[in-house]
Design a binder for this molecule. Structure first.
Ligand code: PLP
Length: 399
C-alpha cells in the first residue's frame, strides 16, 4: 500500500471532541447529560445578520471572490479593531480565513519551517499543539501553573525568547483558563518581546470582546506600537457573535504576512463565500447589543461557577476574567475513589463525573495541564445550577 505523508502521523483528532462524543453517546442512550465540555457560545447572532444574509442571497453573483477577503469585510474588520484601539491598519495588513483556526494554520505554514521552534504557554488551546506538530515545528512549552494564575511571567518569556524561537504564540483572554492579562502585565511582557526582534508574535485574541470586571483588553501593540511590524493579531466571529459554524477568522499585522496568508488562501480555500461575507460584515458593523448582552451574561455565569468552585474544599481555582471557561485544579482529589472506582488522574475523574453524574468536562491533560479540568459554562442557563450542583455532589462523594 502507498504510504501517507509523515505529517499525517503527527496529526491527532481533537481531545475535546472525544469527550463531546462520549457525552453525545450517553445522551442518545437516554441519559440526562449536562455538557460543560465544548467551547461553543450557544447563542444566535442578531436579526440583522440574518437580514443581511437574505439580502445577499437575492444578489449572490456565484463568482469567485477575493483571496484576502472582500473589501467590505476587510473595512468592517479594520473598523472593528479601531474600536478596541488597534488603529493604523489598512486592507494590505489584513487577511481572512475559514475561522481563526484556519488563519493560525496558515500562519504556521507561512512562518514555520520543519524544525523551527514555536513557544507558547501551558495550559494551551489544544489546536496550537496539533497544528505545530503537523507542520513539524519544535514546541517549547512554557508552564504556567495555577500558583501563577496560569499566566506567563516576564522572566519566563525572557528565558523563552532568549532561545530565539521563530514564533511566540500568545492567547489572551485564554482558553482553557479564562485568564485575562492586565494592562500592566501586557506592558511588562511587551517590553520583553521588544528585546527579541527575531521572533514573530501571534496574539490569538479571539475572546477580546469577552472581558469582565472592567479590566479591559490590551495587546502588545497597544503597549508598544512599534511591535506591529512583527505582531500578528488574530480575531474571529465565532465566540463574540455566536457564529462558530459560519467560519470567519481574521489576522492583522505586517503586509508581508497578510500577503503570505492571502497566497495560501489562493491555493486552498480561494475565498470566503459571498453569503458568509455578508453575514460577517453585518455582525461586525451592525448593532452590538447581542455580544454586549452575552458578555454580561457570561460574567454572571462565571460568578455562579466560581461560587461553587470556592465552596469545594481542596479545589484551587484562579478567578477567570474573560471568555467562558473556568479551569479548577482538582489534583487534591487524585488517589481518592468514587463509588469504589479509583480516581488516579484527570481523565479518570472526568470519566467518573460523566458516568455517575452526567456532567461532561474536559480533562486538563487535553490542554497540557493534567492537574485541572475545563468547565465551559455556555450551557443553557437553566442547566447551569443543576450541573454545578451535580459537580459539587460528585466531589463530596469522593473518599
Ligand atoms: N483560538 C482559541 C483560543 C480558541 O479557543 C478557538 C476556538 O475554540 C479558536 C482559536 C478557533 O476559533 P475559530 O472558530 O474562529 O476557528
Amino acid at each position: 500500500m502507498p504510504q501517507f505523508a509523515a505529517r499525517i502521523g503527527r496529526a491527532k483528532p481533537s481531545a475535546i471532541m472525544a469527550v463531546a462524543e462520549k457525552a453525545k453517546r450517553l445522551k442518545a442512550e437516554g441519559r440526562d447529560i449536562i455538557s460543560f465540555s465544548i467551547g461553543v457560545p450557544n447563542f444566535l447572532p442578531g436579526e440583522h445578520v440574518y437580514a443581511a444574509v437574505h439580502e445577499a442571497l437575492s444578489k449572490d453573483s456565484g463568482q469567485y471572490g477575493s483571496n484576502r477577503g472582500s473589501d467590505a469585510l476587510l473595512d468592517a474588520f479594520i473598523e472593528h479593531m479601531a474600536q478596541v484601539g488597534l488603529t493604523g491598519y489598512g486592507r494590505v495588513n489584513c487577511a481572512t480565513g475559514i475561522g481563526a483556526k484556519h488563519v493560525i494554520y496558515n500562519l504556521a505554514e507561512a512562518l514555520l519551517d520543519e524544525g523551527d521552534t514555536i513557544a507558547f504557554a501551558v495550559p494551551y488551546w489544544t489546536s496550537y499543539l496539533d497544528i505545530a506538530d503537523i507542520v513539524g515545528a519544535k514546541i517549547d512549552l512554557l508552564p504556567c501553573p495555577p500558583e501563577q494564575h496560569y499566566k506567563l511571567t516576564p522572566a519566563q518569556l525572557d528565558a523563552a525568547l532568549a532561545k530565539k524561537p521563530k514564533v511566540f504564540l500568545f492567547n489572551n483572554p485564554n482558553n482553557p483558563t479564562g485568564m485575562v492579562y492586565t494592562a500592566a502585565e501586557i506592558d511588562a511582557l511587551a517590553d520583553v518581546v521588544a528585546k527579541y526582534p527575531d521572533t514573530w508574535v501571534i496574539t490569538d485574541d479571539i475572546y477580546n470582546r469577552m472581558v469582565f470586571d472592567g479590566i479591559g483588553y490590551r495587546n502588545f501593540v497597544h503597549s508598544r506600537p512599534e511591535l506591529r511590524d512583527r505582531v500578528i493579531f488574530i480575531d474571529s466571529l465565532s465566540k463574540t457573535y455566536g457564529m462558530p459554524g459560519w467560519r470567519v477568522g481574521f489576522m492583522a499585522g505586517p503586509e508581508s504576512v497578510a500577503a503570505a496568508v492571502t497566497t495560501l488562501n489562493s491555493n486552498h480555500i480561494t475565498n470566503i463565500p459571498e453569503i458568509v461575507t455578508a453575514a460577517a460584515v453585518a455582525a461586525l458593523s451592525g448593532p452590538q447589543d447581542v455580544p454586549t448582552q452575552k458578555c454580561a451574561e457570561f460574567q454572571a455565569k462565571r460568578d455562579q461557577v466560581m461560587a461553587v468552585m470556592d465552596s469545594i474544599p481542596g479545589i484551587v481555582c484562579p478567578k477567570p476574567q474573560g471568555a467562558f471557561y473556568v479551569f479548577p485544579d482538582v489534583s487534591a482529589y487524585f488517589g481518592k475513589s468514587h463509588e469504589g472506582k479509583k480516581i488516579a488522574n484527570d481523565v479518570d475523574l472526568c470519566n467518573a463525573l460523566l458516568e455517575s453524574k452526567g456532567v461532561a468536562c474536559v480533562p486538563g491533560s487535553a490542554f497540557g495541564e493534567p492537574r485541572g479540568l475545563r468547565i465551559s459554562y455556555t450551557c443553557p442557563t437553566p442547566q447551569l445550577a443543576p450541573g454545578l450542583e451535580r459537580f459539587r455532589e460528585f466531589f463530596a462523594e469522593l473518599n
